[in-house]
Design a protein around this ligand. Structure first.
Ligand SMILES: Nc1nc2c(ncn2[C@@H]2O[C@H](COP(=O)(O)OP(=O)(O)OP(=O)(O)O)[C@@H](O)[C@H]2O)c(=O)[nH]1
Length: 379
């Protein structure tokens, strides 16, 4: 770690701006980032991706992979910024000064969908070394027009992400009618009256993100507590972190613990069977399954198929251009509240066996043997 190297870029341009890209699980952060990075103004941006989950996938889903894209270990920005994010920023800074990585003039941190942005922002501002190397740029928060209001009603992190925003980019408006979008915008305006609210597709987004506001960003009270509105977000931020690798025990009861878990498997996936299983699972448990994302080795496909679901909304699959590594393994990450991972695993195994039987062995077998796991997913 080199906090003291004299960086010619810094001498010329001053501290490098850091934009935090936040937003609840599945609200469209990576999609927006992908689009922003295609613009020439972002050609020299370094990207830090922080994921909540055992198996990091976002760096595979993001097409621009180069030396300046760093995937941080599972965790969340709010809890790791004093360690991992701070280290990553200092390391980028030192490597740039030594000319070891391509020049960058901006850093974008994509946080996990469960991160409280305030600790990260206050650390960036107050960290003894970082504060001279980097400055806090605008905070952009994505809000999903389909599921955003339900996230706000259930999770305090979602409220705090909106409250911290300079720019709120409303995503998935193409999947909603105008009234729904207006209702979302109104609620956002109540939570954060000073943010600029635009749709994610708005062409002015990038210029709004990269220009400094008249009011310095440093004037924000980053450490201020943002209370939830009445009736919103029953569980506290601190209590919400509960993952297999990122495992915090706070006061939250098991029923509201959010945990991330993953399934990794070698066998080909039957696409139809998988689609039926996922749809049934989300119909039954979508309220508590905030996020499903994965890369599947689909039978008959040369390249992986990326899948995304957010609560009950299943997005169209995306055919990826190549496998991220030699192993053609399927990887699926779930982020769910109060669900035992074993039940999802068992249910998937039963469905896989059923699909194999229907396809290859015994077209009618299985139908008379509704196992506990099947009925759990579909009942
Ligand atoms: N129709 C539509 N789909 C969108 C839009 N934005 C994102 N999506 C889809 O929503 C799904 C989730 O998008 P991501 O960009 O991965 O969301 P994320 O916030 O990075 O997800 P996490 O990192 O898991 O929190 C993907 O299938 C996207 O294609 C949008 O504006 N319209």
């Amino acid at each position: 770690m080199n906090g003291g190297a004299i960086d010619p870029a810094e001498a010329r341009q001053g501290p490098t701006p850091v934009n935090l890209l936040t937003g609840f699980l599945g609200s469209g952060k990576t999609t927006l980032l992908q689009r922003l990075l295609t613009d020439a103004a972002m050609a020299n941006a370094a990207v830090l991706i922080n994921e909540f989950g055992e198996v990091g996938l976002d760096h595979h889903l993001l097409e621009r992979i180069d030396d300046n894209v760093v995937l941080l270990k599972s965790g969340c920005v709010c809890c790791t910024v004093r360690g991992e994010v701070a280290d990553a920023l200092q390391s980028l800074h030192a490597q740039r000064a030594r000319g070891e990585i391509p020049f960058f003039d901006r850093v974008v941190i994509e946080s996990t969908g469960l991160a409280d942005p305030y600790p990260a922002l206050s650390t960036l501002r107050a960290h003894p070394v970082l504060k001279s190397q980097f400055c806090v740029g605008k905070v952009i928060t994505t809000v999903d027009a389909v599921n955003g209001l339900s996230a706000v009603a259930r999770r305090l992190e979602a409220v705090r992400q909106i409250a911290a925003a300079d720019i709120i980019a409303v995503t998935k408006t193409d999947l909603c009618d105008e009234r729904t979008t207006m209702a979302v915008n109104m609620r956002l305006g109540e939570i954060n009256p000073t943010a600029t609210i635009i749709t994610a597709a708005d062409a002015t987004l990038l210029s709004r993100l990269t220009t400094r506001s008249a009011q310095s960003i440093d004037d924000h009270q980053w450490t201020a507590e943002v209370p939830p509105a009445r009736g919103e977000a029953q569980s506290s931020h601190d209590a919400s972190h509960h993952g297999s690798h990122h495992h915090h025990h706070h006061d939250e009861d098991e029923a509201h613990a959010v945990r991330s878990f993953s399934m990794v498997f070698e066998d080909d996936v039957d696409w139809t069977g998988f689609g039926i299983w996922l749809t049934m699972l989300l119909n039954r448990h979508g309220d508590r399954i905030f996020r499903v994302k994965g890369i599947l080795n689909v039978a008959g496909e040369a390249n992986p198929v990326a899948i995304h679901a957010v609560q009950r909304l299943v997005h169209p699959p995306v055919h990826m251009k190549r496998w991220p590594d030699e192993r053609r393994q399927s990887r699926i990450v779930f982020i769910a509240e109060g669900i035992d991972p074993q039940r999802i695993r068992r249910s998937f195994e039963v469905f896989s066996r059923l699909a194999a039987r229907v396809l290859f062995d015994d077209p009618v077998g299985g139908a008379d043997r509704p196992l506990e796991a099947e009925t759990w997913a579909s009942a």
